[in-house]
Design a protein around this ligand. Structure first.
Ligand SMILES: NC(=O)c1ccc[n+]([C@@H]2O[C@H](COP(=O)([O-])OP(=O)(O)OC[C@H]3O[C@@H](n4cnc5c(N)ncnc54)[C@H](OP(=O)(O)O)[C@@H]3O)[C@@H](O)[C@H]2O)c1
Length: 214
């Protein structure tokens, strides 16, 4: 798990509860947030640097601030990324001008693509970035079936991520948008997500795409 914020710790705890061994990675080995998390999240919970977490993990999550994601991944040995699936949960949000944030990638690029371009042997699957962390790990809390958008260039990796997200957290409905360039769509959705959050006063919502199946 790259990331020690609310997403890294929230996903990490949920995975540990599912019986997975999880290492949270940070810029520094002595990050107090990840040390505290590891002390409280059970036997299989560990903390280290981004490089340690990459070496440890069979499957990787990017839960870093979008502005730091490429630097976080650049600090890792390339052989510890090659061939592995990375579930990219991050969003390219620029809060430097205050709320609501802008997307620093514009709309003809995306963070998911930038990560895939920088690490061609990594199997980047963009998923979970369109829901708040409490729903990432427990979609059933909304009491209705709703959709998770997923994209990436590796079909086998996407099917594996769907299977795992179903098994771990109970996700049932996925909309596969296609290749990683479609991260432009799911990341741009954050512009709407943030305004919905402000209008509704809660992050506990998601999209349910109603279609005419006839
Ligand atoms: N909050 C949500 O519910 C939610 C939902 C969907 C998607 N997301 C996305 O998930 C990601 C994580 O969000 P968050 O709120 O948990 O945490 P965050 O505060 O956005 O990110 C914290 C992590 O980013 C790392 N980081 C920050 N600047 C960095 C830099 N310059 N270089 C390398 N690493 C850097 C930090 O490293 P250190 O450990 O060294 O401090 C820390 O591990 C974000 O991209 C966010 O947009 C969040």
């Amino acid at each position: 798990m790259f990331g020690t914020g609310m997403v890294g710790t929230g996903l990490g705890s949920a995975l540990a509860e599912c019986g997975e061994e999880v290492m949270l990675g940070s810029r520094t080995a002595d990050n107090p947030d990840s040390i505290e998390w590891a002390a409280g999240a059970g036997e299989g919970a560990l903390s280290g640097t981004f490089a340690d977490a990459a070496a440890f993990g069979e499957l990787l999550f990017n839960a870093t601030a979008g502005t730091g994601s490429l630097d976080a991944l650049a600090s890792v040995a390339e052989e510890d990324l090659a061939g592995k699936i990375l579930i990219d949960v991050a969003n390219p949000l620029d809060f430097s001008g205050g709320m609501p944030p802008l997307l620093f990638t514009g709309n003809d690029d995306s963070l998911g693509e930038r990560i895939q371009r920088a690490h061609p042997d990594l199997r980047v699957v963009k998923a979970l970035n369109t829901v708040t962390v409490d729903l990432m790990v427990d979609p059933g809390r909304l009491g209705d079936v709703h959709d998770l958008f997923i994209c990436g260039d590796d079909d086998v990796a996407k099917r594996e991520v769907e299977r795992l997200l179903g098994e771990w957290f109970g996700w049932e409905r996925f909309i596969d948008l296609g290749g990683i360039t479609n991260a432009r769509g799911t990341e741009c959705y954050l512009a709407l997500w943030i305004r919905l959050y402000q209008a509704l006063g809660t992050p506990m919502f998601n999209m349910k795409v109603v279609r005419d199946d006839a």
